[in-house]
Design a protein around this ligand. Structure first.
Ligand code: ATP
Length: 236
């Protein structure tokens, strides 16, 4: 079967800095795939190349069989790719409801309203706070809003960048339980995480990045016991 996402030999630079070098990876429909690696390894850069916020210097990105390496970012959203960015980046001075409606900017019609209410069912705390300014939400609530906003475009592929960043352990567990539920409901996920153990436990496969290059990859259940991963990323 054709992978939903296929990155081939991707390189991305910021000026003279080679942030990602010759990276290849695939995500199959229905999978959760994790990217782990130290700070600056190129994880966020990879996600931003997939969501078309960055232009690669070489290599290709294919989504659902189509070459999207050069499509504009809003076209990528229309095709079914949504990103929940690192640091959440909710619109602080807009309400929860406005943030959700903005997440559906590529869509229109009554289905958008229905989907907003669906998000309130999935994330009851957002429903209770629908008129609250997003900037006054707690960190965990903002993370939920960032995920819900991404879901408003009805993505086939959800890119999650550091969903656990800066959150208390109990909230992190809640966010990961949401990630598992979303996947069980059919959303394919590419996840970037500092918390390697948690991410590997929640994913089917893992790619390890070092200094912009993929060093190894495999089934998360196997890699979680791999000496190289234990030593470098799991404090083992
Ligand atoms: P982190 O976990 O710290 O977010 P990361 O693995 O996501 O790290 P990236 O954010 O992809 O790493 O960064 C990869 C490299 O590119 C780093 O060396 C970083 O300093 C550099 N970089 C990232 N963004 C820019 C930018 N806008 N301009 C210049 N260099 C950048």
């Amino acid at each position: 079967m054709m992978p939903l996402l296929e990155i081939e030999n991707l390189s991305v630079n910021y000026g003279a800095i080679q942030a990602v070098r010759g990276l290849s990876l695939t995500v199959e429909e229905g999978e959760v795939v994790t990217l782990i690696g130290a700070n600056g390894a190129g994880k966020t850069t990879t996600l931003r190349a997939v969501s078309r916020l960055l232009r690669p210097v070489s290599g290709s990105v294919r989504f659902a069989g189509r070459d999207i390496t050069r499509v504009p970012a809003d076209e990528a959203v229309k095709l079914g790719i949504a990103q929940s960015p690192e640091g959440r980046q909710v619109l602080a001075r807009q309400s929860v409801q406005d943030n959700l409606e903005l997440g559906a900017y590529t869509r229109s019609g009554p289905a958008v309203k229905t989907d907003v209410y669906e998000m309130y069912e999935r994330f009851p705390r957002l429903g209770e706070r629908r008129n609250q300014l997003a900037g006054t939400l707690s960190g965990g609530e903002q993370q939920m809003l960032a995920i819900a906003r991404a879901l408003m475009s009805r993505p086939r592929l959800l890119l999650l960048d550091e969903p656990s960043l800066g959150l208390a352990p109990i909230i992190v567990r809640e966010i990961f339980s949401i990630i598992r539920d979303l996947n069980a409901q059919g959303v394919t996920i590419l996840l970037v995480e500092q918390n390697a153990r948690l991410a590997m436990n929640a994913s089917h496969r893992t790619y390890v990045l070092e200094a912009g290059q993929m060093t190894f990859n495999g089934n998360s259940a196997e890699l979680v016991n791999d000496e190289r991963v234990l030593h470098a990323y799991l404090g083992g």
